[in-house]
Design a protein around this ligand. Structure first.
Ligand SMILES: *Cc1c(COP(=O)(O)O)cnc(C)c1O
Length: 430
């Protein structure tokens, strides 16, 4: 697969390069040059396949020139080796696509694990690689677990100190071995900025085999396309042209993957980009002005991002497909309304968490009786135990993957948002 750099269109790379570099020149994002399109017969055949086989087919349409079907299938099987996505009915015409049954209880397991498998598959046995990534919560856990104990791959994760839940911290700041976590005195955007600066630093790039695993990495997006097809396969055929999907957005990777699935031929009627009060995109779509504000801390903290990284890919896709961007529904939900929605959902028998609740709320406002509404369940409610228990006045029982880590010690380093300090750490400390 050939990809081009969105900021420097002449720069073209293979999938293997893109997955290794993360970003191109001028910190540009990579985007597939050729977008396959399945005809209705192929789509029909795909829908009949099991999740692993179908996912391999979809991915092979992008990367079959670099890896054989059989080898790809092995990697996909290792990556998606946990409970597959499920659809849980919530109201008459709204269901939740639960993507949180992986090892770190968030949808990010799909992308992070596929990326880890592909990198280790291609990695030169004798070289060392450093994965440097910023997280507002769930990415860190997913990446840490995906790479845990992999040979010659060390992982460094930056996160905003005090702005992610203690349970989230327990999930990935307690692992040790090849996983190093750093609590930064600042916001997620500060962490992301440090990662970008590191990638711009020639000495770092050369000396430590730097790689990013943020949702900017194209491998993660490709992996996420697969569960949109699974959702489609699970939905009764009579609704197949009436599906509206609402996505809780932070860095807009999940939305990008959904839109790529649509561009492949999946007949999704419309997508909804749901945000919390960090509403740069909904304001942009209403007013046409890109005006990111300072990042606000909310109870849906994995979405506390005011400068979403993947937005240029969304725009590129709309341009390439000649879709009208005004067809993208986008709106934001305050913390107060998020809590109200959690209660509303609980009353009708569904325990959710703040991110999915935001997607549900905007979905409900924007569909008709004829639609099949689907909102993405991006994390397990128990990852946001404090908020959910307080809002609903209940006690949640923790799944085993969380329970087993709760008494372990947080072994994170602590650092000011200072690039030279980080650089020194990367070159000398580990
Ligand atoms: C990461 C995350 C999001 C946002 O996903 P993007 O792909 O960054 O838009 C939403 N919900 C949860 C629970 C997350 O962890």
């Amino acid at each position: 697969m050939k990809l081009y750099n969105l900021k420097e269109k002449k720069e073209e790379v293979s999938f293997l390069d893109a997955i290794q570099y993360g970003l191109g020149k001028k910190q540009g994002l990579f985007f597939p040059k050729y977008l396959p399109k399945f005809n209705s017969q192929v789509l029909h055949d795909l829908i009949k396949m099991d999740f692993i086989t179908r996912s391999t087919h979809i991915l092979s349409h992008f990367i079959s020139d670099e890896i054989s079907f059989t080898n790809l299938k092995k990697q996909v099987k290792l990556a998606f080796n946990f409970k597959k996505p499920t659809i849980i009915p919530v109201t008459n015409n709204i269901s939740c696509l639960e993507l949180f049954h992986g090892p770190t209880l968030a949808f990010k397991d799909f992308g992070a694990r596929f990326m880890a498998q592909m990198l280790s598959y291609w990695k030169n046995k004798n070289s060392t690689m450093t994965i440097l990534t910023a997280t507002s919560g769930d990415t860190g856990a997913a990446v840490a677990h995906a790479f845990y104990c992999m040979n010659n791959i060390r992982v460094v994760i930056l996160y905003p100190k005090g702005r992610i839940s203690s349970l989230q911290e327990k999930l990935f700041c307690t692992l040790g071995k090849n996983i190093h976590t750093i609590a930064i005195d600042g916001s997620f955007d500060d962490c992301q900025c440090l990662v970008k600066q590191s990638f711009n630093d020639k000495q770092l790039k050369k000396n430590i085999g730097l790689n990013s695993a943020n949702s900017i990495n194209i491998s993660r997006l490709l992996a996420q396309i697969c569960y949109y097809f699974e959702a489609f396969a699970l939905i009764p055929e009579k609704y197949h042209n009436k599906i509206v999907i609402s996505i809780p957005c932070g860095n807009f990777g999940n939305l990008t993957a959904g839109l790529i699935a649509k561009s492949l031929g999946l007949p999704i009627q419309s997508f909804i980009a749901a945000t919390n009060s960090n509403d740069t995109v909904p304001r942009f779509l209403k007013k046409g002005i890109w005006d990111p504000k300072k990042t606000i801390s909310t109870i849906s903290n994995a979405m506390d991002i005011s400068q979403p990284n993947n937005w240029p890919r969304v725009e590129e896709l709309f341009k390439r497909k000649k879709w009208n961007i005004s067809n993208l529904i986008s709106d934001s939900v305050s913390d107060k309304k998020t809590i109200k929605t959690l209660k509303e959902l609980y009353k009708i028998g569904y325990i959710s968490e703040p991110h999915a609740a935001i997607a549900y709320r905007i979905l409900k406002k924007n569909i008709t009786k004829e639609n099949f509404g689907l909102f993405l369940g991006t994390a397990h409610p128990s990852k946001f135990q404090d908020t959910v228990e307080k809002a609903l006045n209940i006690k949640l029982s923790l799944p085993e993957s969380l329970q087993s880590r709760i008494n372990l010690k947080n072994i994170s380093y602590h650092m000011k948002p200072n690039f030279l300090k980080l650089k020194n750490f990367l070159l000398t400390q580990i």
